[in-house]
Write a protein that binds this ligand. Structure first.
Ligand SMILES: *Cc1c(COP(=O)(O)O)cnc(C)c1O
Length: 296
């Protein structure tokens, strides 16, 4: 696989930023690879390495039917010579573009009832049943959210060769955030923009990965989700299209669109001291956009 790592950094030029005396840069993890979007490769990298080292030839993971994670995983597995299984939340339906793509990468699917998925997807019984169906596999949790995922996301910061005051990223499981928080200096701040209304769980997950006493230079912006995961409105859609016209950078509606919408508001309100240098991590997610258009 050809990966553009380290990912490039570009500056966003905008009158508002000049007026408020801040500089904003985007770290383009969305350009790491045209299929494996953004932070998903970061989270998979060390998991695939360990799976290989331990002699597995099959990877199993979990996700919803629009999962960016399963999309990336199916492709990486296929490229790297692994079989893959996607355990999908909900009942079997017609394949959407995300799952059709996964299927084209030879991913096998197993559907779990939503309530079982929510509470028992990692239970002994579920895993035992899956093993009977598919044979031996290396498990990657939903979203690639484990210690090796965090380790991969630390490289987002270690490969940065410029100074900055703030680094911003969307927050789903909190895995990417944990990698960043545990790698920045104490005079740098992380701001996480929550993509859904589970700030308490996201916060706890980050505290678990990063020893919270060691790191206090971070916080989460909770009221950033437009009413919930994948909830959107016309302001957000307008904002994302304007952003594309102005900067020629595509943002997905679920993570990056909401982040920039809130970030512009924070800058407008004078949240950042003058001369602040802000880096925004573009975590990709553009394949989901296709799935999203499909469902509307
Ligand atoms: C998965 C995903 C996230 C969330 O990352 P976490 O590590 O789960 O917090 C953010 N942005 C995009 C585009 C994603 O696909």
């Amino acid at each position: 696989m050809n990966l553009n790592i380290p990912s490039i950094i570009t500056k966003i030029n905008c009158n508002l930023f000049v007026k408020k005396e801040v500089k904003v840069f985007i770290k383009r993890d969305d350009l790491i690879h045209n299929i494996i979007s953004g932070n998903k490769w970061r989270k998979l990298k060390f998991n695939f390495q360990l799976a290989k080292k331990e002699g597995y030839n099959q990877i199993l993971s979990f996700g919803g039917e629009y999962s960016n994670h399963l999309h990336a995983l199916s492709y990486a597995a296929n490229q790297l010579g692994f079989k893959s299984v996607g355990v999908i939340r909900g009942d079997k339906k017609k394949l959407n573009p995300t799952l059709s793509f996964c299927k084209s990468q030879n991913m096998n699917f197993h559907y779990l009832d939503r309530s079982i998925y929510r509470s028992f997807k990692y239970s002994k019984k579920t895993l035992f049943d899956l093993q009977k169906l598919f044979g031996k596999f290396y498990i990657i949790p939903e979203g690639g959210n484990n210690h090796l995922g965090v380790k991969g996301c630390q490289e987002i910061v270690t490969e940065l060769d410029c100074d900055f005051d703030y680094i911003c990223s969307p927050v789903g499981t909190g895995c990417t955030a944990s990698g960043i928080i545990s790698s920045i200096n104490s005079n740098q701040q992380f701001i996480g923009f929550c993509a859904f209304n589970k700030t308490f769980e996201q916060h706890n997950s980050i505290v678990n990965y990063c020893n919270s006493e060691l790191y206090s230079n971070w916080h989460l912006i909770a009221d950033n989700h437009f009413g919930g995961f994948a909830k959107i409105n016309s302001n957000l859609i307008k904002f994302v299209s304007q952003f594309y016209m102005d900067y020629k950078i595509k943002l997905d509606l679920i993570y990056m669109g909401k982040l920039f919408y809130s970030l512009f508001n924070l800058i407008e309100k004078g949240y950042f001291p003058s001369n602040s240098k802000i880096i925004v991590l573009h975590t990709g997610g553009l394949q989901g956009l296709e799935g999203f258009n499909f469902s509307y």
